[in-house]
Design a protein around this ligand. Structure first.
Ligand code: BGC
Length: 757
């Protein structure tokens, strides 16, 4: 195929052809324009494995798709805190996409986990924007390096499933800028994703698909996005308004509706020709980018070796995704040479739950069965199984009794619990954080008869552990581990792999403690993000609330020592080039190979605006052999210290002290280094409307005001601290109106004139 020449093709397109291009050809393809040699390109879900539907399309995971490797969904991958792993998964996804003729993979999902109840949290990375952005960037960079595009989704504020097609997320700009947009921004500025997918919901009353500020001013104007904005499937309500707002490609096309509307608008001059041209041009650019993949499609059919390699990667990824929450008395790892009876209980041991439902559902190339993998990993032991509960949640006494009896005669119990598929999915939110009652009954029965119980959890988003974890020896949170979850589990339980995962989301004591509790999922088609910046650990920390397990937490089978951080500062805030590098020597002080994630949280104690206690701004994962020392390197830039200034409508650093907290979880931060940053003043210029406090905070303002008061005989007022506190928030115009301390409007005018001189 010859390379598409967009500049040549665009002017030759008829109005109808341009309209067809901005509407997509069918469920999974852009439209072709055969007479001009414009091929169609295929897009397919999704974030952790391809769902390529060769026949009829659907967006709910109903229809079948070609077999593809199912890697752990994002909740798991993110718990690895491992950019390298995300990059490897990205490269593997690109391979499989090329083999299946898919030009754009519809992922990753970088929406912030505002509430642990969101039904789609398994598809999202974290409650923290820095972690989500860094990991998504690694995946997108490597996926696109493989010649395949991505679609970073769902832009923006798509943080719940309840009423997701209509609900208006009411979020203030600072919260959007600091919490909900940065992960998108990081990927856009760092990797130029081929596409960005707009969300279904409204943002502050306007559909994301028609949101000019989001799709054009911020995404393109501020971040420099050059790709295609594609709609989420069915997110377009008014195609003309959406195109004008910056939505280039509607998927799937609403034939007979959107085309009619666009043609009418174009013919009646309500749609400027350049707006349609721009959309068509961007879709043509996408086709041009995809052309090499199209040309090569089918050249490299899925090979058995590739399938094996990717399964092995999925197994590594599954092990890296798990977080060890508890390990009393070194119960784990189990001795791989152990003899005796190991009771593997729970229906998930034979029917693993390894992915979530909805548009991201993959037809796996194969699925590891945990029980079989454990039998293979413990060859000397007698590994026996009892289901203990039914996956449909129906209470079954006989199953429970059988499992408890097996536990009673076992040496060790591995209890596989989790959320059944019906409990969480795209399309609806959960209403509580509890494990199903029959599983809790099994746990209770087993804990009564055994003291060596390892609970293994399979769930896509947080479940409550606080009311039972003290009753068992170990808890391994495996999230949804992808098709090789079983193998990954065997590797972790027997110590072939040392757990190194860290929580990418807080495990709260109770749902009621979660910051969005009183405003999730909203009602009457509106959800107010009342907790503002205080999402996830930011909220728990601000209220000094106890949690079960904090953000960033995860145990290991080995131990690490972190040396005092070394901080190197170059550039300056005024120069706009501040750069801080923090190096931390890490030593593996235990007996096993393992990895530690060094985390850096920035605190701004001198801030005059409301800021979270501490925010994650850097992390680095260091893998070490026993006794080995390595170095974690953490990079901070000016943004790491900034807040979104509502006053100035830009990112700003306030002068003052910043504390760099370094450690291994958001609540285990043994090292703190204070850094003083000089920065230009952010205070608004003084004027008659400035308050007494503001005048007094300014050196020149204070001197001039003091002189004036002195002249008018009211100088004493400034020495009266209590009085200054009482009237300090009053603008000088108001004080002049009252004649306070002899100040009048003429005097105030004179004061302002002197200040300006
Ligand atoms: C989902 C998207 C997905 C699309 C296509 C929508 O329902 O929200 O994430 O990419 O369907 O399947």
């Amino acid at each position: 195929m010859t390379q598409l020449d967009v500049d040549d093709v665009l002017p030759q397109l008829t109005l109808e052809e341009k309209v067809s291009l901005v509407m997509g050809g069918d469920f999974w393809h852009t439209a072709a324009v055969e007479r001009l040699g414009v091929p169609r390109v295929m897009v397919a879900d999704g974030p952790h494995g391809l769902r390529m539907q060769p026949d009829e399309g659907d967006h709910a995971g109903i229809g079948g798709s070609l077999p593809a490797t199912c890697f752990p969904p994002a909740a798991g991958l993110a718990s690895s805190w491992d950019r390298g792993l995300l990059a490897e998964v990205g490269a593997a996804l690109a391979h499989e996409a090329r083999e299946q003729g898919v030009s754009v993979v519809l992922g990753p999902g970088v929406n912030i986990k505002r509430s642990p109840l969101c039904g789609r949290n398994f598809e999202y990375l974290s409650e923290d924007p820095h972690l989500a952005g860094e990991l998504a960037l690694a995946l997108v960079q490597e996926l696109q390096a493989g010649g395949v595009g991505t679609s970073v989704k769902h832009f923006a504020a798509n943080n719940q499933e309840d009423d997701r097609l209509r609900v208006s997320a009411e979020v203030d700009e600072r919260t959007l800028r600091e919490i909900y947009l940065p992960a998108f921004e990081r990927v856009v500025t760092g990797a130029q994703p081929w596409t960005v997918m707009c969300a279904y919901n409204k943002v502050n009353g306007t559909y994301a698909s028609e949101h000019h500020w989001l799709l054009t001013e911020v995404l393109r104007g501020e971040w420099g996005f050059e790709g295609v904005v594609v709609s989420d499937w069915g997110a377009v309500h008014d195609r003309v308004a959406a195109l004008a707002a910056g939505l280039d490609l509607e998927m799937p096309p609403q034939v007979g509706v959107s085309d009619t509307a666009l043609l009418d608008a174009a013919r009646s001059h309500r749609l400027p020709p350049e707006v349609l041209d721009l959309g068509a041009r961007r879709v043509l650019e996408l086709v041009r980018r995809a052309q090499p993949t199209l040309d090569a499609a089918g050249d490299t059919p899925a090979s058995a070796t590739r399938t094996e390699e990717h399964h092995a990667l999925a197994r590594r990824a599954a092990a890296a995704s798990a977080v060890l929450l508890r390990n009393e008395g070194g119960l784990l790892p189990l001795d791989p040479d152990a003899r005796g009876v190991v009771a593997v209980l729970g229906a998930f041991a034979t029917e693993p739950r390894y992915q979530g439902a909805g548009s991201s559902q993959v037809s796996p190339t194969r699925v590891d069965v945990p029980l079989e993998e454990l039998r293979a990993a413990l060859p000397g032991a007698q590994v026996e199984h009892a289901a203990g509960f039914a996956l449909d949640g129906e209470p079954d006494e006989a199953l429970l009794t059988e499992a408890r009896d097996l536990a009673a005669r076992a040496d060790t119990v591995v209890l596989c619990l989790g959320l059944p598929a019906a409990a969480e999915s795209e399309g609806f939110d959960r209403t509580h954080l509890e494990l199903p009652a029959d599983q809790l009954a099994l746990l209770d029965a087993v804990a009564r008869v055994h003291d060596r119980v390892v609970v293994v959890l399979a769930n896509g988003s947080v479940v409550r552990v606080s009311d039972w974890e003290h009753r068992v020896g170990a808890v391994l949170e495996c999230w949804l581990g992808g098709q090789a979850a079983g193998g990954g589990l065997a590797d972790l339980l027997t110590g072939r792999v040392t757990p190194a995962g860290k929580l990418a989301e807080t495990v709260p004591l109770r749902l009621q403690d979660t910051p969005s509790y009183l405003a999730f999922p909203g009602d009457s088609q509106v959800v107010r993000y009342g907790e503002g910046l205080f999402v996830g650990y930011r909220g728990f920390d601000a209220r000094e609330q106890e949690v079960s397990h904090p953000f960033g937490f995860g145990l290991s089978y080995t131990t690490f020592a972190l040396a005092e951080p070394r901080v190197e500062v170059t550039g300056s805030v005024a120069g706009g080039d501040l750069d801080v590098v923090v190096r931390v020597a890490v030593t593996n002080t235990g007996e096993r190979a393992g990895a530690e994630v060094v985390q850096l949280y920035v605190a701004a104690p001198d801030a005059t605006v409301t800021r979270p206690q501490r925010e994650l701004k850097g992390f680095d994962r260091v893998a070490l052999q026993p006794g080995e020392t390595g170095e974690a390197v953490l990079h901070l830039d000016q943004r790491s210290f900034s807040h979104w200034s509502e006053l100035h409508r830009r990112w700003a650093v306030e002068a003052g002290d910043f504390v760099l907290h370094v450690g291994t979880s958001s609540r285990d931060l043994p090292h703190a280094t204070t850094l003083h940053l000089d920065a230009p003043s952010l205070a608004a210029p003084l004027g008659p409307g400035s308050t007494l406090h503001e005048w007094l905070a300014d050196d020149r303002g204070r001197t001039l005001l003091a002189e004036l008061f002195e002249q008018q005989g009211g100088g004493g007022i400034l020495a009266d601290e209590h009085m200054v506190s009482v009237i300090g928030t009053m603008p000088l115009t108001t004080l002049a109106g009252f004649g306070t301390a002899g100040l009048d409007h003429a005097g105030l005018r004179g004061l302002v004139e002197r200040l300006d001189r």
